[in-house]
Every structure is written in structure tokens, then in C-alpha cells.
Write a protein that binds this ligand. Structure first.
Ligand code: DX5
Ligand code: ZN
Length: 226
């Protein structure tokens, strides 16, 4: 397993969605490198958020080096990849439960030169992603039920993180392991110790007074893959 850099990804919906550009700029000013963008269709999850138009507006208003990571909680993501490429997402993650075209969708994202991620709901066994690990840039382990911010971290999910970390080691792979939901200093550190290299943090991050100090603290965590 290669040494990787830990990234904190502020999640847009944890801040003020009505001022999405301002919320994104706060993540930039805090010194983070990636913004997590939750896209929901009201069917795959019982909620709605933003789509390519708003993401495009964010892209125009943040520096080029700042990456946009779309977490698609939508059915048939393969039909929409092009839209998320065009609006400026550097990273696109979709759910394994949302399509029968998993291999095709990964290949499509990679063909567009984007970072490809596969996400799992809490009830989905981690074994289902193993056949795709070689081709993935990232696996997203949901540590809450997808659909809403502000929920409590499901610590049983750390076992999935550990299983993925052991595969990385065994096969010398370097995909990122991302955790999403209920992340704060305590659950973030637990995740990093288990092998996570990406921490998505919504409500906890945007609630803090000093966002730069918050990002610095998360980035100082040390763990298995770092
Ligand atoms: C939930 C989303 C998360 C959400 C996390 O479906 O995938 O990205 O923003 O929010 P917090 O950090 O508040 O749990
Ligand atoms: Zn998310």
C-alpha cells in the first residue's frame, strides 16, 4: 500500500445551500482542496439537492486547482455522467445499488479522464466492490444512510474500511477510501486509523467558527495509509 495524502472534503449541503458559491468559497479559504457535492434525485434517496447547473456556477467561482467531487445518489447514473463531466466535476462517484451497469459506468468516467468512485450504502456488503477495486480511484463507504446531513456515524462501517485497507495492502493498490456521514474529530480519526484517506464532513465542518483551524486539525490526523 502506497503512502497517501489525507483530504478533508467539506460537504456543500452541510453549509448554506442557498448561497452555494459562498459556501464553496469558504471551503477554499479554509485550505481544503476538494468540495463534496451531494446530488440527489428524490428516488434513490428521499431528498433533493443540486444538479449540474449549480455545480457549473460553483466551478466558475472557485480556483482551478480546487477539485469538485460529485456524489451521485441517483438511479441510472450512467445516463448522466456526461453532464457532470461538462459542468466541471473532477471526481464522480456513483452508487453500486443504483445501476446494473457498474463496469460500464466506471469505464465511462475513466474514459472522460475523471476520477471514478463507487459508493456503498450501509446495508451493502463491502465484498460487492472487490471485483472493481483495480479499476477504481475511490470507494465511498457511507457511514450514515444517504439522503441527509447531520446524522450519527455508524461505527460498524469501520469494518468495511478495514477490509478495503487490507485489500489495498495485499494487492498494492492505491485507491482512496472515503467515509461520508457523521464525521467529526472523533469519528474522523477513527476512520483514518482504520484506513480512510478521504473524510467528507458537512454539518460539523460548517458549524465551526474557525474553518481553517478545523481543516488543519483534520489534515493532521495520521493513520494506516498516510
Ligand atoms: C448524505 C451525504 C453526506 C452529507 C454528510 O447523504 O452523502 O455527504 O453531506 O453530512 P454530515 O457530515 O452532516 O453527516
Ligand atoms: Zn455525500
Amino acid at each position: 500500500m502506497k503512502k497517501q495524502k489525507l483530504e478533508l472534503e467539506p460537504s456543500l449541503i452541510g453549509g448554506d445551500l442557498g448561497n452555494a458559491i459562498e459556501t464553496a468559497r469558504k471551503a477554499v479559504a479554509a485550505g481544503t482542496n476538494i468540495l463534496h457535492l451531494d446530488v440527489m434525485d428524490g428516488l434513490f434517496v428521499p431528498n433533493f439537492t443540486i444538479g449540474p447547473d449549480i455545480i457549473g456556477r460553483i466551478r466558475e467561482n472557485v480556483p482551478e486547482h480546487f477539485r469538485l467531487d460529485a456524489h451521485l445518489m441517483i438511479y441510472s447514473p450512467e445516463n448522466f455522467i456526461e453532464k457532470f463531466v461538462k459542468c466541471g466535476c473532477e471526481e464522480i462517484t456513483f452508487h453500486i445499488e443504483a445501476t446494473e451497469e457498474v463496469r460500464y459506468t466506471i469505464d465511462y468516467i475513466k474514459k472522460c479522464n475523471r476520477y471514478a468512485g463507487l459508493a456503498l450504502k450501509p446495508e451493502t456488503p463491502v465484498e460487492l466492490v472487490l471485483p472493481y477495486l483495480k479499476d477504481l480511484d475511490k470507494v465511498l463507504i457511507m457511514t450514515v444512510e444517504p439522503g441527509f446531513g447531520g446524522q450519527e456515524f455508524l461505527s460498524e462501517m469501520l469494518n468495511k474500511v478495514k477490509i478495503l485497507a487490507s485489500y489495498k495492502k495485499k494487492y498494492n493498490l492505491d485507491f482512496d477510501i472515503q467515509v461520508d456521514g457523521g464525521i467529526n474529530y472523533e469519528t474522523g480519526l477513527m476512520s483514518v486509523k482504520a484506513g480512510a484517506t478521504r473524510l467528507v464532513c458537512g454539518s460539523f465542518f460548517y458549524k465551526q467558527k474557525d474553518l481553517k483551524a478545523t481543516a488543519d486539525k483534520f489534515h493532521s490526523f495520521e493513520g494506516e495509509a498516510l
